[in-house]
Write a protein that binds this ligand. Structure first.
Ligand code: FE2
Length: 280
């Protein structure tokens, strides 16, 4: 058993996307460009409606999966596959864009607190031209474990006997939302093939055996490869634990398109401009 230690503590940077939604980006930044298979992680959270009310009007994607987890608030999704739905607190939408999708994500709330996450997972070359797929997971369809020390919401992967709804996925993703009480431990066996990280929402953690920088007020904690994750909460701590098997292919980014080569990015732009995406 190799204990998992901290590799790097990354502070999220302020960014803006869509029609001016303010967010904190931790993956997809100069400090953490790509944590294979994860291309981007955004936290959108604000009590001020001006920060989110403009939403994300229609825009295209190709070659990636986007996983949106709403902790607080309501957003309406609509896309070119005909899928439409309102996400409320606790819900997840898992969109496999494949060869192309056009979607919009607009606030279905006029005021109040918004808190959510969007994670981009890369798709291997062999899946990038698949038919787009949209999965809508209500909060009560997610796995849930609770004991005296902690609660674990399972969006993907397996915690004990509790399994998340997204199964047989090529990167074998693990996506947990955990609340760990003060002084309590969280121990989990991670596949040694996986890259993993913690996204800290509130609190402070001691990770592994070695000394590491202060984890409070930081956001993304990138972890070393290993198979035994051992955490202790210095105070009550809320965090996401996310892991996945690397794809190991070259990537070319072009905004909402992520392919393997620059030529494929140009092809995506051309296909979108020629109206092909709307027909997939
Ligand atoms: Fe999008």
């Amino acid at each position: 058993m190799t204990k998992i230690e901290v590799k790097k503590i990354i502070k999220a940077v302020n960014a803006s996307d869509g029609a001016g939604v303010k967010l904190k980006r931790s993956i997809g930044t100069p400090e953490a460009d790509y944590i294979d298979p994860f291309l981007m992680l955004d936290e959108f959270g604000s009590e001020n409606k001006e920060d989110y009310i403009a939403g994300f009007p229609p825009h295209p994607h190709r070659g990636i999966e986007t996983v949106t987890y709403m902790l607080n608030g309501e957003f309406e999704h609509e896309d070119s596959t005909g899928a439409k739905g309102v996400m409320t607190s606790g819900d997840v939408q898992w969109m496999k864009t494949g060869r192309g999708i056009i979607h919009s994500e607009m606030p279905a709330m006029k005021e109040g607190k918004l808190l959510g996450f969007q994670l981009w997972i890369n798709m291997p070359a062999k899946f990038k031209k698949n038919k787009p797929e949209y999965l809508y997971l209500k909060g009560n369809e997610l796995g849930f474990h609770k004991d005296e020390d902690k609660s674990v919401k399972v969006i993907a992967g397996k915690f004990g006997e509790v399994e998340g709804p997204e199964k047989n996925h090529n990167v074998e993703p693990i996506y947990f939302h955990i609340i760990l009480k003060e002084g309590k431990k969280f121990v989990y066996n991670v596949p040694p093939t996986h890259n993993s990280f913690i996204y800290l929402l509130k609190g402070e953690l001691k990770i592994g055996d070695k000394n590491h920088g202060k984890t409070s007020n930081s956001h993304l904690i990138l972890l070393e490869r290993g198979n035994k994750l051992e955490l202790q909460a210095n105070k009550q701590t809320e965090f996401l634990f996310i892991a996945g098997k690397p794809i190991g292919e070259p990537i070319a980014r072009g905004g909402p398109f992520v392919m393997n080569t620059k030529a494929e990015i140009l092809e995506a732009i051309q296909d979108y401009n020629n109206g092909k995406f709307a027909k997939y």
